[in-house]
Write a protein that binds this ligand. Sequence first.
Ligand SMILES: [Fe+2]
Ligand SMILES: [Fe+2]
Length: 207
Amino acid sequence: MSRLTPDRRPLSGEGPVLLKVPSDPRWLPLALERFNEVLVDHAHCEKKAAVNALSMLQTYPDLPGLPAQMARLAREESAHLAKVLDLMAARGLTLGRDAGDPYAQGLQKVIRTSHEGRKVDRLLVAAVIEARSCERLSLLAEGLEDPLLRRFYGELAQSEDGHQALFYRLAVTAAGGDEASVRARLEEILVHEAEVLTQVGLRAAIH
Ligand SMILES: [Fe+2]
Ligand SMILES: [Fe+2]
């Protein structure tokens, strides 16, 4: 499911998006210590993933394959959201308002404004967010003690790994099959992602 770095830390799954840097090793201990906060943030992340899938469908209905794939993705992310909400309810946690995600907001600054550039970049930014989510959820799967939570996060990490590949393939389609240009643009976005991760710093949140 996940690629392991030499010190056996999962990086970004098996998909095409190879993150430039692993998470700060202090993130997992913080996330475990403040897991309830992470869980609430995680619910908001799944909600935003479902909303983003439908937004893509709304904005790019003509991209071959995108509508059906985004409809399925919205359903899958909604199912993740429902499961996280169940876990929260069992712990007496409520969702509350979304405090915003400085990581995703920082990444979105890289999106170009031209129609074609924006389309490719939105798909690639989504792929990168899925790759980082895959890494973080894999870390939780390894770090949590509860076997049910470990399994849950392991399954979710695998699912997000599939999503990074899905968004990457759609970006190639959006670029008219010019994979070399998509690869080059992905490299630029990954460099930016590493900077955003540093700027955001350590948070008791998925990102
Ligand atoms: Fe998800
Ligand atoms: Fe996802």
